[in-house]
Design a protein. Structure first.
Length: 173
């Protein structure tokens, strides 16, 4: 794909360009993905679960997928690119955190599912609250426990926390 930022279509194949997301990037197609590309899956992580990721479609409708469902959709859309050494970033809060010592993070679950579907490359997931909007590029806490005070006591996302790119976990697919 052209190294300029592009936005892939929504799962229903409708364009995700400026009119739907406010983003100012060109629309792309799944077939545009080439060797060594970086893909960003942007969604909402869950405070009390490592099993799902969600998206808000509008005020009344949310979509929630498990790691297996997300892997299925990526496999369907990227059949031609499974061996392209892709780097897939899961830009969602807590995608790199587990809840207990024995649980696996959403990112680890997704990497395992992608590997089982024949993908190669890396998966990058993030610890703590991932900075968006005014907190873009910063991490709010490094776990559910350290992120909680920012939100419980009303201070919101941390705009001075550790840079998000220093708060990630890189997994082999």
């Amino acid at each position: 794909m052209d190294r300029a930022d592009s936005i892939l279509p929504f799962d229903d194949c409708s364009p995700a360009g400026r009119t739907r997301t406010g983003a100012n990037r060109r629309n792309a197609n799944w077939k545009d993905i080439t060797l060594n590309d970086h893909l960003f899956v942007v969604g909402h992580g869950h405070k009390f679960s490592t099993n799902m990721i969600s998206w808000k479609l509008n005020d009344a409708e949310h979509v929630t997928w498990t790691a297996s469902e997300l892997a299925d959709r990526l496999a369907y859309n990227l059949t031609h690119a499974k061996n392209y050494n892709l780097t897939i970033h899961v830009l969602a809060c807590f995608s790199g955190n587990n809840i207990t010592f024995f649980s696996k993070s959403f990112g680890k679950k997704l990497a395992k599912k992608l590997r089982a579907r024949g993908f190669s490359g890396n998966l990058v997931c993030y610890k703590g609250g991932v900075g968006m909007l005014k907190a873009r590029g910063h991490q709010t806490g490094s776990s559910r426990i350290t992120a909680a005070p920012h939100f419980i006591f009303g201070s919101g996302a941390d705009v001075k926390g550790k840079a998000t790119n220093n708060s990630n976990i890189k997994l082999k697919i």
